[in-house]
Write a protein of this length. Structure first.
Length: 602
């Protein structure tokens, strides 16, 4: 076990946090001397952080090895050609750091390693007898984050564990995915970080499905939709809710309601629609105001996106928000982005704010499923300054080739899709993400094995990532108070912090004995032997947050006792040195029980 004397240690604590630090973990990790910022999204990990990261990595390795994982380490510098073969060189866009060597060859810094692991499998695995395989690494990743902030929560260079499974078929992939899921529950449980597993969007990773492990915290940048009644949870960008029944059609009153015309935009008009002038009206809110007075839930919002370089039109209710992740899933694209105004005008014949999908056939039209059965709706006429009333979604849009899809972002209070509960929304931080890739990479990159029948079969793959630095930061976000960090036992840089509260030689002797007992019990010990006032030492001990603090002061000299104080408690107890081994034995057993992994909520 390790014993470190603070008089010789590099622990540069600060009284105040950086002025730009908003996240609690950012503030406390900088103040405690765990990290220092080099540049935007770039951090140096100092000795205390290295110790915590090493303990997280050890837990990860133990759990990965337990399910048959074999550790490797692949390059962080990737030839561009490999990513071009998978189709992701362009898809990754500006998030990938790219460079050219002296010979003019293009490279990217690895933001993920699916391509490299697939090529390794292609070159080394020959037969179904070689499967299944589980390979993993703990490697540095690089991502050119547009807004690096919040300390270690959003960075450009970071340590990550990524694992990959290789199976003969979908059934094997399903088994591997479940093994990884259970391992993740154990990892986060052992790290003292409570998570919830949620349905997630696969994004540029592709594949048939994915799930995220989220820690509930206001420092998170994701939103999770959950149902307290049944435990359903999903990332807000992929969450579903029960579709409300369409309201009975009712007349709309407002200027222009009776104005009819045979002129229409490029989509034309529906059989029962009526065109009316709306000069200067470009938003849902403006159309809801007098003299038009069209409620947002009676409007159709028409949006144009580019999906893998092809235009697609999405239609949602006026008071709903489109989920770009759901749109991407619905069209099966690698990427989607809002179309530029000039592209919108060229396609639709009007500017945003006057768009509609009535009779439109020049691009695929996807209609949110909530709109099924809606009639007497209002939408743009595909002519600037005009809208259409009396729209029947089935007749005027779906009847011309539009198709239904789940496109809307769910709202707080929606009915759960699994039970009668009402959905809630909270912020969360993603710590891990697991994917069923299937043949997404093995197909394009030619990674196959011979089946028992001698047939070349693409390998079914899974990908599984954990942000090592994020786990450390999340532990701080979840476990702290006004005075500093409260480290979970298993990932604390040191389990015990011993303080001498005076300069007498007898105090130093008693402290040395206490340190020896702690080390003999298997604890890592930080020993504050500095010649400083007791108040300064107490402040630093609370800031650094080691789980157990032992103070050695004058009051305990006569009885050879130390002041026992768990970091998470306000109680201070005098414990004779002779009783210390037994107390430590009980504490270690107690911590083992507390940090036993519990299944993540699903």
């Amino acid at each position: 076990m390790t014993v470190t004397r603070m008089s010789r240690a590099f622990i540069p604590t600060l009284k105040d946090p950086p002025v730009d630090a908003v996240a609690v973990s950012h503030q406390l990790l900088v103040r405690g001397g765990f990290i220092r910022q080099l540049g935007a999204g770039l951090y140096s990990y100092l000795p205390l952080a290295i110790r915590s990261l090493a303990k997280i990595e050890a837990i990860v390795r133990e759990e990965m090895n337990q399910i048959g994982g074999q550790e490797v380490r692949l390059p962080a510098l990737h030839p561009a050609e490999i990513w071009r073969q998978s189709g992701r060189w362009e898809v990754m866009g500006d998030e990938m750091f790219r460079l050219t060597d002296r010979r003019g060859s293009e490279y990217g810094l690895g933001m993920t390693h699916e391509e490299l692991f697939t090529l390794l499998a292609r070159d080394e695995l020959r037969s179904y007898r070689d499967l299944p395989q589980v390979w993993y690494q703990i490697q540095t990743k690089f991502r050119d984050e547009p807004r690096p902030k919040s300390g270690l929560l959003r960075v450009r260079e970071f340590p990550m564990k990524d694992a990959y499974t290789f199976d003969l078929d979908q059934e094997g992939l399903d088994r591997s995915f479940e093994e990884q899921r259970q391992a993740y529950e154990r990892i986060f449980g052992r790290c003292g970080v409570q998570t919830v597993m949620v349905q997630a969007h696969s994004g540029a990773m592709g594949g048939s499905g994915s799930a995220e492990f989220m820690a509930r915290t206001d420092a998170g940048e994701d939103w999770v939709v959950s149902c307290p009644a049944c435990g359903y949870a999903a990332n807000a960008e992929m969450a579903t809710s029960r579709s409300p029944h369409p309201p009975a059609p009712s007349p709309l009153r407002g200027r222009g309601g009776a104005e009819a015309s045979q002129r229409g935009g490029r989509g034309g008009e529906g059989a029962g629609s009526r065109r009316f002038a709306t000069p200067g009206v470009l938003t849902i809110e403006a159309l809801a105001q007098p003299p038009y007075s069209v409620p947002p839930d009676r409007q159709l919002k028409t949006l144009v996106y580019i999906a893998d370089d092809q235009p697609v039109v999405a239609v949602v209710r006026g008071d709903h928000t489109l989920s770009e992740a759901k749109l991407q899933t619905a069209v099966g694209a690698s990427t989607v982005r809002p179309a530029q105004t000039e592209d919108v005008v060229a396609l639709m014949g009007a500017h945003p704010g006057s768009l509609g999908a009535v009779g439109f056939t020049r691009a695929p039209v996807l209609v949110d499923q909530v709109l099924l059965g809606r009639s007497n709706m209002v939408t743009g006429a595909n002519e600037d300054g005009f809208h259409l009333r009396g729209i029947d979604v089935e007749r005027d849009i779906l009847g011309h080739g539009g198709r239904l899809a789940d496109l809307r972002t769910v709202q707080v209070g929606d009915l759960c899709s699994r039970c009668d509960g009402r959905l809630e929304l909270y912020k969360a931080l993603e710590l891990g993400h697991i994917f069923k890739l299937g043949t997404r990479y093995s197909g394009p990159l030619g990674a196959s094995v011979l089946s028992a029948d001698g047939v070349a079969t693409p390998i079914f793959m899974g990908s599984y990532g954990i942000g090592i630095g994020r786990v450390m930061a999340a532990a701080v976000e979840l476990h702290h108070d006004d005075d500093g960090i409260i480290w979970p036992w298993t990932i604390a840089p040191y389990q015990a912090h011993v303080l001498t509260l005076g300069g007498e030689p007898a105090l130093a002797e008693l402290a040395e004995e206490a340190v020896s007992i702690l080390a003999a019990a298997g604890l890592d010990v930080l020993y504050d032997d500095r010649d400083l006032r007791a108040g300064v030492k107490f402040k630093d001990a609370d800031l650094l947050g080691m789980p157990l603090r032992l103070g050695v002061g004058r009051r305990g000299l006569a009885d050879r006792a130390v002041e026992w104080k768990p970091r998470a408690s306000h109680e201070v107890e005098s414990v004779p040195l002779a009783e210390l081994p037994a107390r430590l034995c009980d504490l270690i057993a107690e911590q083992a029980a507390v940090l036993a992994p519990e299944p993540a909520s699903r």
